[in-house]
Every structure is written in structure tokens, then in C-alpha cells.
Design a protein around this ligand. Structure first.
Ligand SMILES: [Cu+2]
Length: 198
């Protein structure tokens, strides 16, 4: 097994993607007593979950601003798309103590994560923009927002579920200095984690 594959499996294990994939199966089994056509009485049909696309990244955060609380931070992100529904989970560790109790904005951005170059990450990934829908609306249904609050031990988690599957690319999760407001803005770009899939 290559190092890359092992890293991906470790990240998946940490964030419980199996649970995400298994969720719809369990829900379907509990949907009610009606027997599906073609299944003999007394036997249980177990629907197989549809194909999933998984993108994951696990590693040190790259600094976009000097001397921030994320200088020694690490993050894991797992994104699972099934059809038009996508679940994203983010876990951040190693955040500096000065940040305990603070909430930071975090989003999927369209561009790559380049240390020292916050502009390289480009704008937020917005499904209206990618699909040419106008007017473009900015909210947590059309973008992937992963704001998190840092615990006293310097860790944080966030998750979101959106009704679209982001298109592949060399993208990034960007962490900002403030919580995201209703315009989708969250202040300066402090750190990022690359997230690439195809
Ligand atoms: Cu952002």
C-alpha cells in the first residue's frame, strides 16, 4: 500500500466517512414495512448506497499571514459527494492558545493553497457561479462554509452538508480571521489546506 493511499484511509477513518455513506442505507431500511417489488416475503432488501466521490486532505496548514495562531496547525478535511449532495468535515488541531474560544471562518475556495499567497486561493466556491445561475446568491447552501470555534486544547471541528457536488480542481480550504457574516465575508486569510480532486 502506498503512503498516499494509507494517508487517505487514515483520514477517512478519523472523520467517519463510512458512517456518512452508511447513513442513507440505514434510513432506507427503516423507511417502513412496505416490501419492495421482487423481494420475497420474509426477506429484507438492503439498498446499496450510490457511487460516492471522496476527496480528502490531511497535513500541516500553510500560512497566509505571518505570526497567526495556525502556524503549527494541522487539518484534515474529508468531502463526500453522493449524487447532488455533499458532506464536508473539517478537523483542525495544533492551534495556538491565544485562539482558544475564538471562532474562525473557513470555506472551500476555487484556487490552490499557496503559502504566503492568500490571493492564489481565489474566491469562494459558489455553485451558482459554476453553473452560470444569476443572480448569484451567497449562503451556506451554495458555498461550503466550515466555521469553527477553537477549544482550550487548540482543536476544532466543523461540518456542513450542501445540495450540490463541487466540480473537481486544485482547490483549498481557507481559514479567515473572523466568523463568516451573512455576506460570506470573514476577514483576512490566515491559513489554508490544499484540497485537490479530479
Ligand atoms: Cu473564505
Amino acid at each position: 500500500m502506498t503512503g498516499t493511499v494509507r494517508g487517505v484511509l487514515a483520514a477517512v477513518g478519523v472523520l467517519g466517512v463510512i458512517g456518512v455513506i452508511a447513513g442513507p442505507v440505514a434510513a432506507a431500511q427503516n423507511a417502513g414495512p412496505k416490501q419492495p417489488p421482487g423481494v420475497p416475503r420474509g426477506e429484507v432488501a438492503i439498498p446499496v448506497a450510490g457511487e460516492s466521490d471522496v476527496a480528502t486532505s490531511n497535513g500541516p496548514l500553510r500560512a497566509l499571514a505571518p505570526h497567526g495562531p495556525f502556524e503549527r496547525g494541522r487539518a484534515v478535511v474529508v468531502m463526500v459527494s453522493q449524487g447532488a449532495r455533499t458532506t464536508v468535515r473539517l478537523k483542525v488541531t495544533g492551534v495556538g492558545r491565544t485562539a482558544a474560544g475564538r471562532t474562525f471562518g473557513a470555506h472551500l475556495h476555487t484556487g490552490p493553497c499557496v503559502a504566503g499567497d492568500g490571493a492564489a486561493a481565489g474566491p469562494h466556491y459558489n455553485t451558482d457561479v459554476f453553473n452560470g445561475r444569476k443572480p448569484v446568491r451567497v449562503d451556506r447552501e451554495r458555498e461550503i462554509w466550515l466555521d469553527f470555534t477553537v477549544s482550550p486544547s487548540g482543536a476544532a471541528k466543523a461540518s456542513t452538508a450542501v445540495p450540490f457536488a463541487p466540480k473537481p480542481g486544485d482547490r483549498s480550504i481557507v481559514i479567515h480571521e473572523h466568523a463568516t457574516d451573512h455576506h460570506g465575508t470573514a476577514g483576512a486569510r490566515l491559513a489554508c489546506l490544499p484540497l485537490t480532486w479530479n
